[in-house]
Design a protein around this ligand. Structure first.
Ligand SMILES: [Fe+2]
Ligand SMILES: [Fe+2]
Length: 141
């Protein structure tokens, strides 16, 4: 399997211009890469489950942290953004439940890829909106 097909590399275009958010996004991308690697290398189910659990926990923390900051910056789309996070969390939980009921298989690799896609899309579409909102004001303190 080509490495590049599965891995997301961090680069500047993913930056929202807020160092603490960039750090969490970077960490998150590393987790998604680890998870996909574990799935394609057919790690045992307990390992993959543990990684997913960790990712879900970190995602919940990141979403909460981001929502806190958005509210502090008086970002006008805070409520809509919060709703998107809730949707993503629900999707995550669904995938975890499905996973608990099945064996690691090709289907799992697809699910792993799909989760990754959802998260990256959120970063590129939704998180970038607050980057654009903050940009004229300079980086917040
Ligand atoms: Fe977000
Ligand atoms: Fe985010």
């Amino acid at each position: 399997m080509e490495k590049s097909e599965w891995e997301i590399a961090w680069s500047d275009y993913l930056s929202v211009g807020v160092p603490e958010m960039d750090d969490e996004h970077r960490q998150f991308i590393a987790r998604v890469n680890d998870l996909n690697k574990a799935i394609i290398e057919s790690e045992d189910k307990a390992t993959v489950e543990r990684m997913m659990g960790l990712m879900l926990m970190e995602a919940a923390h990141h979403f909460w942290h981001e929502e806190e900051l958005l509210a502090r910056w008086k970002y006008p789309e805070t409520a809509a953004h919060t709703a998107k996070h809730a949707e993503l969390t629900a999707q995550f939980e669904r995938v975890m439940k499905e996973f608990a009921l099945s064996d690691i298989s090709f289907v799992w690799a697809i699910k792993g890829l799909h989760l990754k896609q959802l998260l990256v899309e959120h970063l590129l579409k939704e998180d970038m909106k607050y980057r654009d909102f903050l940009r004229p004001q300079g980086a917040p303190s």
